[in-house]
Design a binder for this molecule. Structure first.
Ligand code: HEM
Length: 515
């Protein structure tokens, strides 16, 4: 109340300015005779924000059922177009991809990624293009990923060992999964686990604290921050998100400064003989390269490093947790998966990445999980770079674009009994998740598609396969499958609202767990 009283003159000016802007934009539309996509009538100032609940992808899904495959909403003073069919996704992410390859400016991009210096929030242009080139040529090249396979194998073993040690007890699966992906990604990106408490030099932040920081970063990068839609009231930070963004980015900065200092020290000490062994080494080398089209500054290296750590940790853990939760609801799927694993792998070895092409049923479980629980249900927002026409409708420059892969994954025209978890639907079908088949786009498609998809997919498939191969999974004895809560929370990723608590029992001969 105090803050509103104190700021009322700015508040009044803000309201007037917004009303004026809306009237102006309506006049502009009428004058230009624009034919906008259908959508609900917006209110002054808030537009259609009143229709968006705590799970925006579900609210938007419901609206798209009424207004169709392309609809226009108003979030405060911004036009938002939602594409929710294969045809529309193709237009925005393929045919006209270059016009929609920009990101909107958001508080998250500004405060948590060194003022849009990372890959995810940087605008379309030479800096972002150079970043993607680095991903393609250096960070995620097939050769580089292969060279890090031993890390994934070691971390998978340590996952299996911790589950074995907790056999028969309730396990919070996502915690263990996040540890694996965090360790895999820190070893690849930072050169060591970094968050290993046993290592004295890693005292900057504890693993638990770091996981909390990542959760917070993911949440804040996906939330609907009102100030992003109604910039005039941004300064009030009504939801307190901006304050949280500043806090979390300070914590990350402290950690990243420590990482870069250590890496630079190692480089200095090695002198001429220095060989890059991790992604931060590579980024620091690129930062020294005077031939780069756009200079990569220290804050850019920090922003990229943070992007890689965040992108690589949360998404795969979230996906595998959903997969096991779905299977606990349908034990017959466990049975089929185990039959396949016993037949192809046998009981005397663990699953390796190269086995995946012979495990179509496990692959199908992963795809079915990503169909029903895409980590980013509306991808990451895009922004129209120029005025254009889509399906006969006018889309004006600056319009934000959401592609609802959540709705596409539930389209009854594409999927039989879409709400049912049924991996069989993928057996014998050539549908992949690599951005070619627009009915299944968990990693997006086009220029802005996830650059880490092949690493993400490797981690998801290998952990899922080994969890199913090594253990039988049950709910705690006090729970039935009907008690299993399948609600989600919305952020940049969409994890289970209530973390999955489950009980594992070893399935293979006991010596197999002596890893
Ligand atoms: C495990 C599963 C993963 C899923 C489901 C996932 C999903 C996505 C999605 C949906 C996008 C937005 C695409 C778009 O706007 O069209 C994205 C972008 C991105 N992802 Fe991933 N991702 C995963 C793993 C990773 C990994 C392992 C990394 C890096 C280590 C990563 C780094 C990024 C980055 C940097 C972007 C921004 C790309 C840009 O804006 O140009 N992701 N991811």
């Amino acid at each position: 109340m105090d803050s509103i009283t104190r700021h009322w003159p700015s508040y009044a000016i803000a309201c007037l300015a917004t009303v004026a802007l809306i009237l102006l934009s309506r006049l502009r539309r009428r004058y230009r005779n624009l034919n906008s996509p259908p959508g609900p009538k917006p209110w002054p100032i808030i537009g259609n924000l009143n229709l968006i609940g705590s799970l925006p992808h579900r609210s938007i899904h419901d609206l798209s059922q009424k207004y169709g495959e392309i609809m226009q909403l108003k979030f405060g003073s911004f036009d938002v177009v939602v594409a929710s069919s294969v045809e529309m996704a193709k237009v925005f992410l393929k045919t006209m991809d270059v016009n929609f390859a920009c990101r909107p400016k958001t508080a998250a991009g500004r405060y948590t990624t060194y003022n849009y210096s990372d890959i995810t929030w940087s605008p379309y242009g030479p800096y972002w293009r150079q970043a993607r080139k680095m991903c393609l040529m250096e960070l995620f090249s097939a050769k580089r990923l292969e060279s890090y396979e031993y890390i994934r194998v070691e971390e998978m073993r340590s996952l299996v060992r911790s589950i074995f040690d907790s056999r028969g007890e309730g396990i919070l699966l996502k915690d263990l999964l996040s540890t694996v992906s965090l360790n895999v990604i820190s070893r690849m990106v930072l050169g060591k686990r970094y968050l290993d408490e046993s290592d004295e030099s890693n005292s900057v932040v504890s693993p638990d604290e770091f996981k909390k920081m990542l959760d917070e970063l993911f949440l804040l990068n996906g939330v609907f921050n009102i100030g992003d839609s109604i910039p005039w009231i941004d300064f009030m930070d009504l939801q307190g998100y901006v304050k949280r963004m500043k806090t979390v980015s300070k914590k990350f900065d402290r950690f990243l400064e420590h990482v870069l200092d250590e890496h630079n020290e190692r480089r200095r000490a090695a002198g001429e003989n220095f060989v890059a062994t991790d992604m931060v080494d590579l980024l620091l080398q690129l930062a020294d390269d005077s031939n780069l089209d756009v200079k990569l500054e220290r804050h850019g290296v920090k922003a990229f490093t943070q992007d890689l750590l965040a992108g690589g940790t949360e998404s795969s853990a979230v996906t595998v947790e959903w997969a096991i939760a779905e299977l606990l609801k349908k034990p017959e799927i466990f049975q089929k998966a185990i039959e396949e694993l016993d037949r192809v792998i046998g009981k005397d070895r663990w699953v390796q990445e190269k086995d995946m092409c012979n495990l179509p049923y496990i692959e199908a479980i992963a795809k079915e999980t990503m169909r029903l629980h895409p980590v980013a249900p509306m991808l990451v927002p895009r922004r129209a770079r120029e005025d254009c026409k889509v399906a006969g409708y006018d889309i004006t420059e600056g319009t934000r674009v959401l592609v609802s892969v959540w709705t596409i994954g539930r389209d009854p025209e594409l999927w039989d009994k879409p709400e049912e978890f049924c991996p069989e639907r993928f057996i014998g079908k050539e549908i992949d998740v690599k951005g070619h088949d627009f009915e299944l786009l968990p990693f997006g498609a086009g220029r802005r598609m996830c650059p880490g998809y092949s690493l993400g997919l490797k981690v998801i498939e290998a952990s899922l396969a080994n969890l199913l191969h090594g253990f039988t999974w049950k709910l705690p004895s006090t729970m039935t499958k009907d008690d299993l809560n399948m609600e989600e929370i919305f952020g940049l990723s969409t994890p289970k609202k209530i973390p999955l608590l489950t009980v594992a029992q070893p399935r293979l001969p006991v010596e197999m767990y002596r890893l």
